[in-house]
Design a protein around this ligand. Structure first.
Ligand code: GDP
Ligand code: MG
Length: 162
């Protein structure tokens, strides 16, 4: 079985955009995984000749939901099934209370976490990404899921963590 990389984070930080970038599709193609939670979506991906399964957790919640408890529950479920967790934060917003709650769950899980500083669309936003060192879960990887910037280096880091 291919290792599982789960993508977690608050609504609207760019998780689904990142998943589409990783799998090389322009449109979200949603396929339910038989036998597991209905809204969980998994896709086959390859990087540097290595196969893995990437799981987009966004479908678990309405994007309008601001419920920290529900997001935390989503993170717990994702962590249980993952070999590596990609934790996505919107670098243009910075770390929120909800992000910090998710960090606690990730830390307790003991699973490897790759911190994604998304929406770093240009060099000018790289200082926003650096601020996310404050979350205390390691190096923020600056990416623009929308434009593809930094996604290769990010995937190298994910494979290193597997
Ligand atoms: P999700 O709720 O975490 O799955 O977030 P989505 O992937 O649905 O993205 C939410 C919004 O952020 C959409 O309008 C995206 O186009 C936008 N977005 C995602 N990634 C980026 C990025 O790297 N840069 C910018 N500027 N916008 C982005
Ligand atoms: Mg989504």
């Amino acid at each position: 079985l291919a290792p599982v990389v789960a993508v977690v984070g608050r609504p609207n930080v760019g998780k689904s955009t990142l998943v589409n970038r990783i799998i090389g599709r322009r449109e979200a193609v949603v396929e339910d995984v038989p036998g597991v939670t209905r809204d969980r979506v998994a896709y086959d991906a390859t990087w540097s000749g290595r196969r893995f399964t990437v799981v987009d957790t966004g479908g678990w919640l309405p994007d309008s939901s601001g419920l920290a408890a529900a997001i935390a529950e989503q993170a717990r479920l994702a962590v249980d099934l993952a070999d590596v967790v990609m934790f996505v934060v919107d670098a243009t917003v910075g770390a929120t209370d909800v992000d910090e709650a998710v960090v606690e769950i990730l830390r307790r899980s003991g699973k490897p976490v790759v911190l994604v500083a998304n929406k770093v669309d240009g060099v000018g936003a790289e200082s926003d990404a650096a601020l996310l060192w404050s979350l205390g879960i390691g190096e923020p990887h600056p990416v623009s899921a929308l434009h593809g910037r930094g996604s290769g280096d990010l995937l190298d880091a994910v494979l290193d963590a597997l």
